[in-house]
Design a protein around this ligand. Sequence first.
Ligand code: T5A
Length: 206
Amino acid sequence: MRGLFLTFEGPEGAGKTTQLVRLQARLEAAGHTLTVTREPGGTPLGTRVREVVLDPALEMEALPEFLLYSASRAQLVQDVVRPALARGETVLCDRYADSSLAYQGAGRGLPLSLLQTITQAATGGLQPDLTILLDLDPAVGLARAAARGQPDRLERADLGFHQRVRQGFLLLAQQEPPRFLVLDASKTPDELAGEIWNALPTVLTR
Ligand code: T5A
């Protein structure tokens, strides 16, 4: 039986990685076999793409930026995600295609139809079974991220861009409610981990 595909999404510094690591620990303790990965990244190509797209020294137009993320995604789906799902594993992925719709669509203004056509080609239409959307005021998230060190190329974008990204994620969740679990990421990491864990059986069986 195909495994479950779970993704974490949200604006900068919303706590996706923090929650993914916590869910990973709880699922492994419960006996699940997991594949844990992220975008951009997760493959040798994706790792190189990640260096390029996050490099603050590079200037990039919206379309090549989207195509780079899509190249990383296509390789990841083919080499990592689909094989793991075929083995019956649960896949946890830190960001996926919704990030392109929010960042390159709502944020940069690329047409949705273009994003959807290329994403369909890159993923073969593979959709997550559940997307945990950690919603947070971008000003708060960017401050959290800034406390860690120098901002990357995306974190340097203006606050208006990050506000459009946040609204883009919320719109996606409104359009496809069964797939999304939307949580208030201003809560503590413990509260959020508890909410995710408690919601899992319900959202995965509905
Ligand atoms: N992108 C990505 C696109 O534009 N298009 C795409 O298609 C894709 C896939 C990726 C960048 O690329 C963009 C989005 C991004 O800008 P990244 O480094 O992977 O770059 O960026 P993020 O995914 O945003 O990773 P971050 O690490 O910045 O954010 P997280 O994972 O949401 O946050 P996390 O868990 O690392 O926590 C950040 C800080 O906050 C603290 C943590 O301890 C940490 O210090 N924290 C909390 N503090 C208070 N309360 C909580 N609940 C907290 N949870 C965590």
